[in-house]
Ligand binder design. Structure first.
Ligand SMILES: [Zn+2]
Ligand SMILES: [Zn+2]
Length: 91
């Protein structure tokens, strides 16, 4: 089963990447002189059919999680007692 990921990246207003080492002060002011500041955050899912961008990093992150929840994820470990019977929706 493919596990999809949707990494979140930050971008400047000219679409260039604002890398994680572009630190911002607590007042969201960019610290490196060559950083014009984060204009938006973007996330692209590895499933290839979903992407999202917006000015609010928190909101983008929320949308990212919500989308990833739509993908079936493999169980980390099967619980010792699987009480729920496996439902096969046969016609
Ligand atoms: Zn930057
Ligand atoms: Zn996806």
């Amino acid at each position: 089963m493919t596990v999809h990921r949707a990494p979140l990246t930050n971008h400047h207003s000219d679409d260039s990447l604002c890398p994680p080492d572009h630190k911002h002060s607590s007042s969201a002011k960019p610290l490196p002189p060559d950083c014009p500041g984060r204009a938006y955050s973007r996330t692209v899912c590895t499933c290839g059919s979903w992407e999202f961008k917006g000015p609010g990093k928190g909101y983008v992150n929320e949308s990212r999680k919500r989308h990833l929840d739509t993908h079936p994820r493999p169980r980390p470990k099967a619980p010792p007692v699987l009480r729920e019977p496996l439902r096969l929706d046969l016609p």
